[in-house]
Ligand binder design. Structure first.
Ligand SMILES: [Zn+2]
Length: 288
């Protein structure tokens, strides 16, 4: 056993698998202690029949119960040692009425949630922490709030960990965007054939500005090869069947998935170990 501990602060059940699934499994295989903080219960996800929160008879508590079990399964697949659910209600996408629910994560004072997180950090003392950037990577209120409480919690603890944000380099984002757009066009054609007309979705916006999801390649601080554990990453995503059962990931073969999902990238935000350039080990500077 090592004395290394990794902790990620994620917004919803399934986020741990999409952006850190490979890293979690890789670290577990190395004997590193791994901790997951999931901030919300995911009430605004799809219900088991695929209905969205604005549908009649949609019950967010049922969705949360399903997602809680799915998260347990994903945690087992990824070998995560400890799962902490902060238990906030899902805030939905920006502008949704759920944003105004006083029990939702977005409406929770940052200081309150940060204090809870700081208790976990002080107990676990992770050397390396991961969360999202200030726009929550893609503008979701719960992801932005995960960022805010993590930054605030770092100000409440008595040591400085190395903080990373998940990131996709611009060069890779271009390829992914082309794939999403192709998938969107294909879906629109399928819908049109069934007589369904959907409003085309514009680019995601944050504070009136189009959201920039990619990170300039030269700013990437950690490139983690998770190619040896993509089967586990796939299985962790598959565990979240109610949310991503028919996503483009699940349509890939495991070989395709390995090619597409075999790398995870991170932006280094705090650097107490004085690291320079790109590291290929998230615990660079901490291994003896
Ligand atoms: Zn999420």
């Amino acid at each position: 056993m090592s004395d290394l501990t990794f902790l990620a602060v994620h917004a919803h059940p399934d986020d741990e698998a999409t952006s850190t699934g490979g890293l979690y499994r890789l670290l577990a295989n190395q004997g590193v202690r791994t901790v997951l903080v999931t901030c919300t219960n995911g009430e605004c996800g799809d219900d088991p029949d695929g209905a969205k929160p604005d549908a009649d008879h949609f019950d967010g508590d049922v969705v949360a119960a399903v997602r809680a079990r799915e998260l347990d399964d994903a945690v087992a697949v990824l070998g995560i040692d400890r799962l902490i659910r902060l238990g906030y209600r899902d805030s939905g996408m920006m502008g949704w009425p759920q944003n105004d629910d006083p029990d939702c994560f977005w409406a929770t004072p940052v200081a309150d949630a940060a204090a809870k997180l700081a208790v976990v950090l002080m107990a676990e003392r992770p050397q390396v922490i991961m969360t999202y950037n200030e726009v929550g990577f893609y503008g979701h209120p719960d992801h932005i709030q995960a960022h805010r409480i993590t930054r605030a919690a770092l100000g409440l603890i008595d040591y400085e960990p190395t903080l990373y944000y998940n990131a996709i380099p611009d060069s890779v984002m271009g390829i992914m965007r082309a794939r999403w757009e192709e998938e969107g066009r294909r879906q629109a054609q399928e819908d049109a054939a069934e007589g369904i007309v959907r409003e085309p979705e514009g680019p995601p916006m944050v504070d009136g500005e189009p959201l920039i999801m990619g990170t300039p390649d030269e700013l990437i601080g950690a490139v983690i090869d998770v190619g040896d554990v993509t089967d586990a990453k796939y299985d962790a995503l598959a565990a979240h069947a109610s949310q991503i059962g028919d996503s483009f990931w699940m349509k890939m073969s495991k070989d395709e998935f390995k090619l597409a999902m075999g790398t995870e990238w991170f932006l280094r935000v705090t650097n107490p170990q004085g690291l320079e350039g790109v590291v290929t080990d998230i615990f660079a500077g901490y291994r003896s």
